[in-house]
Design a protein around this ligand. Structure first.
Ligand code: MYA
Ligand code: JJ1
Length: 440
């Protein structure tokens, strides 16, 4: 019965969130404990310097690992798996660097636990600052991610210590709210999303047990069914470039304004980080270290950016397979379209206007995702994954995404809010969710 979570400022019961706002009394950084939370004997805290290239530790001849390598190795062996322990997330070093260093990041929010004697990294938790709007309130948050305890140290109550320590450091920065997602249910979600999957390489997906081969299906038929083609179709569809940042930022801000809970992207630097810096650097004709792929539609007549769509790479280790050891998965990231702002005919009543706009948006989002699938296939992804958040329900069925067996549960820390639609409770298809924040 949640010995830890019952002590925390989170809603304790479903359906009790009536008032919108903080749960704890008001505090200031002066009220925060200045010393780190006590760890069990034999362990020590360690700020992980993920930007430092090399670290030489221990005896003279131990091979040196950079600290980002250490985090990468810990997560590669011990991070999130699916229900049947067939696949485990394998975030790359470049990805972790991108995910953990947005504008204004705090390096002391990259928190490791080491074994005192050997220096071995056995625990990790991280936060990044992110400004959110939840309904009518706007506030700074820590977005908490990559909580991980080594498999050999599970169930020893280390996770609550990591969580308390990150909370302390976030509070020292005068930030009192957090957002996080998990595959598990703890007290108390504000919304739940479902995973969907779009095959691009059905032969491999069937071979590794990711997708079933249904009775009467053949690989040859699946290959034909899921082939996205070679060419994108939307006129003006092209890769996003740095010069697009301010238009994309404006478009995103307007688009995300429609959701009950959304990331703000207050500055163009945020957009530059999340869309451009993640695209990596060109080096001898090849793009290196790309973690995000972003495309825009530039209206051929006005040269204005009307749409943006993006995905990121997150491979999974295939745990017991003779032939393959890696599933190349792309995940839908942020997108936006000006179709939602289309003016209606002046004779339209509000209802007709909404219907028309929804229809326009559905068409545009389907066109964008059709093109995204072409690009994802070109870049050799085996599958495109998406959640039921944003307006994804407008295209999941039509683009042949199938329902996964996993869910992603969304939480706020020290903020009470009425439940937000995660897009899986809708009986009416093509209804947008209330969730406008995409976490990595
Ligand atoms: S979600 C991804 C989490 N990582 C994994 O799933 C990787 C594989 N698993 C592990 O590494 C371990 O199993 C972990 C738990 C580390 C998850 N979120 O130490 P324990 C509670 C929150 O004995 P272990 C992500 O990264 C559990 O209910 N709490 O357990 C976002 C129990 O509490 P209670 C969790 O299995 C993380 C207690 O921990 C989670 O050895 C957001 C047991 O501890 C979970 N995913 O280790 C964190 N799993 O008794 C919260 C278990 O009360 C942030 N537990 O039920 C909160 C905001 C903080 C900042 C606030 C600022 C203002
Ligand atoms: O990837 C997931 N499920 C896959 C594989 C299932 C393998 C057996 N358990 C799945 N495949 C079916 C796809 C199929 C494609 C063709 C059409 C029909 C469907 O369902 C799931 C998501 O569905 N992934 C996980 O469970 C991983 C963990 C998710 C929780 C993540 C929490 C992370 C929090 C960090 O912030």
């Amino acid at each position: 019965e949640h010995k830890f979570w019952k002590t925390q400022p989170v809603p304790q019961k479903e359906g009790e969130q009536e008032t919108e706002g903080p749960i704890d009394e008001h505090k200031t950084p002066a009220d925060v404990q200045p010393h780190p939370i006590a760890l069990p004997a034999g362990f020590e805290w360690s700020i992980v310097d993920i930007k430092k290239d090399e670290e030489v530790r221990g005896e003279c001849h131990t091979p040196s690992l950079s600290q980002i390598d250490e985090v990468h190795n810990l997560l590669t062996e011990n991070y999130v798996e699916d229900d049947d322990a067939m696949f485990r997330f394998r975030y790359s070093r470049e990805f972790l660097l991108w995910a953990l260093t947005p504008p204004g990041y705090y390096k002391e929010w990259h928190i490791g636990v080491r074994v005192q004697k050997t220096g071995k990294l056995v625990g990790f938790i991280s936060g990044i600052p992110v400004e959110l709007r939840v309904r009518n309130n706007t506030f700074m948050n820590a977005e908490i991610n990559f909580l991980c305890v080594h498999k050999k140290l599970r169930s020893k109550r280390l996770a609550p210590v990591l969580i308390k320590e990150v909370t302390r450091r976030v509070n020292l920065a005068n930030i009192w709210q957090a957002i996080y997602t998990a595959g598990v249910r703890i007290p108390t979600p504000f919304s739940t999303c479902r995973y969907y999957h779009r095959s691009l390489n059905p032969a491999k997906l069937v071979d590794i047990g990711f997708s079933p081969l249904r009775k009467g299906e053949t690989i040859a038929r699946l290959v034909r069914k899921y082939n996205p083609g070679e060419q994108t179709k939307t006129p003006g569809f092209r890769e996003m470039v740095p010069a697009d940042v301010s238009q994309v930022a404006a478009l995103l801000r307007r688009y995300l304004g429609r959701f009950d809970c959304a990331q703000l992207f207050n500055t163009d630097e945020d957009v530059e980080h999340w869309f451009i810096s993640g695209m990596g650097k060109e080096a001898n004709g090849k793009r290196e270290n790309q973690v995000v792929w972003a495309y825009v539609v530039e209206d051929p007549t006005t040269n204005l950016i009307t749409d943006v769509v993006s995905f990121y790479t997150l491979p999974s280790t295939i745990m017991q397979h003779p032939k393959y050891d890696c599933l190349n998965a792309a995940y839908m990231f942020y997108y936006a379209s000006d179709a939602v702002f289309a003016p209606g005919a002046s004779s339209d009543d509000a209802f007709t206007h909404d219907l028309k706009t929804q229809n326009l948006l559905d068409r545009r989002l389907n066109a964008l995702v059709t093109d995204l699938l072409v690009m994802a296939k070109k870049h050799d992804f085996d599958v495109v994954n998406a959640l039921t958040l944003l307006d994804n329900n407008a295209f999941l069925d039509e683009q042949m995404f199938g329902r996964g067996d996993g869910a992603l549960v969304n939480y706020l820390y020290n903020w009470s809010t009425a439940p937000i639609d995660g897009g899986m409770s809708t009986t009416a298809q093509r209804k947008s969710s209330g969730v406008g924040v995409v976490m990595l």
